[in-house]
Design a binder for this molecule. Structure first.
Ligand code: CAA
Length: 303
C-alpha cells in the first residue's frame, strides 16, 4: 500500500538529528510530564519545567511509578530507566533551563494569550539556534510564532495521550516555518521512537483530532439527545469498532478540561458556534469534573 505521492513506510527521508542534545518541556501536566520522560528515555538530557514545585513533585512521582512498573513487567530495561531518570531534571527555573537548550516543547495550558507571552519569554532567553515548538493541537503555530523573533524556528509538534504509549506525533509547520525546522522536529520525533504524521499546511485539530472529533461530536449528540447512555455508546465503540476505549472513556483520559478548552480555542479561531463545546461537556467542566485526574468525569474513579 502506498500513498498517492509518497512511498509507504518511512516517508520522510532520513533527516539527521545532530543539533539536538538537550530538550526542555514546559508544563508538567499529563502531556508535558510524559513527553519529558519519552525524551529522557530516548537519550536526551531533558528539563521539565513548571511554575511551582508541587506539580513537579507529583509528575516525578507518577512518572517514576510508570517506568518502575514497566521494569517490573519486563517492558523496559532497569539500567535504561535509571539512566533516563538521571537525564531528567525537574525545575521551576525556566530561564536557566532554556538558556542552554536546543529545543523547547511547550505543553502548557491551551490558552492563546498564555502561549504567546510564554513564547516571547522563551525567545528572549533561548539561544539563537533553539527551536520552539508547541504541543497544542488546536492553536496553530502561526498564531504564536509572531510573538517571537524566530518564526522560522516555530511549529506544532503534537503528541497523543498517553504520550509514553501512543506512537503518533503530528508535525505541523506554519507558512514561515523553515524546512530545516520541520526536518529537525521530524527527526526528533523519530528519535523518540514515534511515528510521524507531517501536515503540508496548518489546520486547527490537525489530522488525528479532526477524525476523533467527528466521533466525539456524534457520541455527545447521541448522549445529549437521550438516544443512548454513556456506557452503551462506549461499549459500541469498543465492541463494534474495536476502539481501545470509547469516546467518553477517552474524554476522561484526556481530561474534560482539555476537551473543553480545545473547543473554546477552536471557537475563538473559527467564530462558528458549531465549534463550541457540547452542553454536557460544559456542565462537567464548570463542576470541575475533569475525568480521571479529578476522580470524576463521565465515570467515577476510585484513585
Ligand atoms: N499513561 C501511561 N501508560 C499507560 C496509561 C497512562 N495513562 N494507561 C495505561 N498505560 C499503559 C500501561 O503500561 C498499562 O499497563 P499496566 O497497567 O500493566 O501498567 C498498559 O498501558 C495497558 O493499560 P490498561 O490495561 O489499563 O488499558 P488498555 O489496554 O486499554 O490501554 C491505553 C490503555 C493505552 C490508554 C489504550 O486504552 C488506548 O490506546 N486508548 C486510546 C488512547 C487514545 O486514543 N489517545 C489519543 C487521545 S487524543 C489526544 O491525546 C490528542 C489531544 O490533543 C488531547
Amino acid at each position: 500500500m502506498s500513498g498517492s505521492e509518497n512511498s509507504a513506510g518511512a516517508a520522510h527521508g532520513a533527516a539527521s538529528l545532530t543539533n539536538v542534545r538537550h530538550v526542555t518541556v514546559i508544563g508538567s501536566g499529563t502531556m508535558g510530564s510524559q513527553i519529558a520522560m519519552v525524551s529522557a528515555l530516548a537519550g536526551f538530557e531533558t528539563a521539565l519545567v513548571d511554575i511551582a514545585q508541587d506539580p513537579l513533585e507529583l509528575a516525578k512521582d507518577q512518572l517514576w511509578k510508570r517506568v518502575d512498573r514497566d521494569v517490573e513487567k519486563g517492558r523496559r530495561d532497569g539500567g535504561d530507566v535509571t539512566a533516563a531518570k538521571n537525564r531528567l531534571t525537574f525545575t521551576t527555573d525556566r530561564d536557566a533551563a532554556v538558556a542552554s537548550t536546543d529545543l523547547v516543547i511547550e505543553a502548557a495550558v491551551e490558552d492563546l494569550a498564555v502561549k504567546r507571552s510564554l513564547f516571547t519569554s522563551l525567545d528572549a532567553v533561548a539561544p539563537e539556534r533553539t527551536v520552539l515548538v508547541t504541543n497544542s493541537s488546536n492553536i496553530v503555530s502561526s498564531r504564536i510564532a509572531d510573538a517571537t523573533g524566530r518564526p522560522e524556528k516555530v511549529c506544532n509538534m503534537h503528541f497523543f495521550n498517553p504520550a509514553l504509549i501512543m506512537e503518533c506525533v503530528e508535525v505541523v509547520p506554519h507558512p514561515e516555518t523553515s524546512a530545516e525546522t520541520v526536518d529537525t522536529v521530524t527527526a526528533l520525533a523519530e528519535a523518540f521512537g514515534k511515528s510521524v504524521v507531517r501536515l503540508r499546511r496548518e489546520i486547527p485539530g490537525f489530522v488525528a483530532n479532526r477524525l476523533l472529533n467527528a466521533i466525539r461530536r456524534e457520541a455527545l449528540s447521541l448522549h445529549d439527545e437521550g438516544i443512548a447512555d454513556v456506557e452503551d455508546i462506549d461499549r459500541a465503540a469498543r465492541t463494534a469498532l474495536r476502539h481501545p476505549m470509547g469516546p467518553f472513556e477517552l474524554m476522561d483520559l484526556v481530561g474534560i478540561d482539555v476537551v473543553y478548552l480545545i473547543r473554546m480555542a477552536e471557537y475563538e479561531q473559527t467564530g462558528d458556534p458549531g465549534s463550541l463545546p457540547a452542553e454536557s461537556v460544559t456542565r462537567l467542566y464548570e463542576k470541575g469534573k475533569y475525568g480521571r485526574k479529578t476522580g470524576e468525569g463521565w465515570y467515577t474513579y476510585s484513585t
